[in-house]
Design a protein around this ligand. Structure first.
Ligand code: NAP
Ligand code: ZN
Ligand code: ZN
Length: 347
């Protein structure tokens, strides 16, 4: 085991504090990474607060990790020392179930291992995320990061990027698709950029009036303020596809009303409380509501390559590690443009 400097939540109600973690010893297939930047996802905050009832402490969040490879095991083929590398939300899975064999490790039937808050499959202990100096993982769970893109702004691709890319691809969003992206935060702003790059007609659906100019700058063709009845009337029965990225409780039925016949609303945002949806709201108009969890390893690499090709990165605000608690307070108020990224040299 080796001791690594980190920032951790020690319970569900105190601010994050400096903390030392023990990481397992490297194995022959492992890539060791010196973490340079780590994005701050709203899921980090849900986990810290134990919103989903599955957190264990000490908890070191962070699953948008980029850095430099400092060592590779003797069996590693994909990476060499000095390469840029990334780690997203998963560091292991069974690799044997139907889902894993199809590259859908995020739906592993035997349980995947989260980058933080999980347990290593070999029994060596808890996993800890990217608010730390170093990390290691099997090379199959490490992604190649393009040298062409800004490194700090690439970090959010590893969760916000893949979580929005995967449903857009699965539901075949492309030229002519009328897409509504609900919520302009970390996921939402990536959803806009990616859907625009795929050729869709994109509308930003937001509850914050001051985000209109930014939505257009990010590429949205229209902006709709969800509290404005007149604006909502114009998009009622309009969308083929709505990508719902909202982290807080909201009325799904209201947004189902914006779908046209055969329209699909996909939830990626995870409000803490369950929602009620009368079957009638789906039956009239043959509408569907679905969900999507991050993305598998092959698709994550495909998304990173797509972003390198289309010059897509996240719009970020770089923060020092000590400012993480203030960043969380701002996330809670939807005050983020559009992803906080921690400069890990400040730890
Ligand atoms: P974020 O940056 O905080 O963005 C969330 C956005 O939701 C806000 O910027 C805001 O946009 C909107 N919003 C917030 N509170 C609202 C309210 N009360 N009513 C209406 N809209 C509200 O969060 P994020 O990092 O993008 O994450 C979003 C959600 O996705 C979180 O629940 C996170 O846990 C989840 N997530 C899921 C996956 C997955 O695999 N499915 C992966 C990563 C994250 P406007 O100001 O524009 O309205
Ligand atoms: Zn995330
Ligand atoms: Zn599996």
């Amino acid at each position: 085991m080796s001791s690594v400097k980190a920032f951790a939540a020690l319970d569900n109600s105190s601010p994050l504090v400096p903390h030392t973690i023990e990481r397992r010893d490297p194995k022959p297939h492992d890539v060791q990474i010196d973490i340079l930047f780590c994005g701050v996802c709203h899921s980090d905050l849900h986990f810290v607060k134990n919103d989903w009832g599955m957190s264990t402490y000490p908890l070191v969040p962070g699953h948008e990790i980029v850095g430099k490879v400092t060592a590779v095991g003797p069996h590693v083929k994909k990476f060499k020392v000095g390469d840029l590398a990334g780690i997203g939300c998963l560091v292991d899975s069974c690799r044997d179930c139907d889902n894993c064999k199809e590259g859908l490790e995020q739906y592993c039937s035997n349980g995947w291992v989260g980058t933080y808050g999980g347990q290593e499959k070999d029994g060596s202990g808890a996993t800890y995320g990217g608010y730390s100096k170093t990390i290691l993982a099997h090379e199959d769970f490490v992604l190649k990061i393009s040298e062409k893109l800004d490194l700090a702004a690439s970090a959010p691709l590893l969760c916000a990027g893949i979580t929005t890319y995967s449903p857009l691809r699965h539901w075949k969003v492309g030229k002519g698709t009328r897409v509504g992206v609900l919520g302009l935060g970390g996921l939402g702003h990536m959803g806009v950029k990616l859907a625009v790059a795929m050729g869709a007609e994109v509308t930003m659906l937001s509850h914050t009036p001051s985000k209109e100019a930014d939505a257009k700058r990010l590429g949205a063709h229209q902006f709709v303020l969800t509290s404005d009845e007149e604006q909502i009337k114009k998009v009622t029965g309009y969308f083929d596809f709505i990508l719902d990225t909202v982290s807080a409780a909201h009325d799904y039925n209201f947004y189902l009303g914006l779908l046209r016949t055969n329209g699909v609303m996909v939830c990626v945002g995870v409000p803490p409380a369950p929602a009620q949806i009368p079957a009638m709201n789906l039956i009239f108009g043959r509408k569907s509501i679905g969900g999507s969890l991050i993305g598998g390893l092959p698709e994550t690499q495909e998304m990173l390559d797509f972003c390198a090709e289309h010059n897509i990165v996240s719009d970020i605000e770089i923060i020092a590690m000590k400012d993480i608690n203030t960043a969380y307070e701002r996330l809670e108020k939807s005050d983020v443009k559009y992803r906080f990224v921690i400069d890990m040299s400040t730890l």
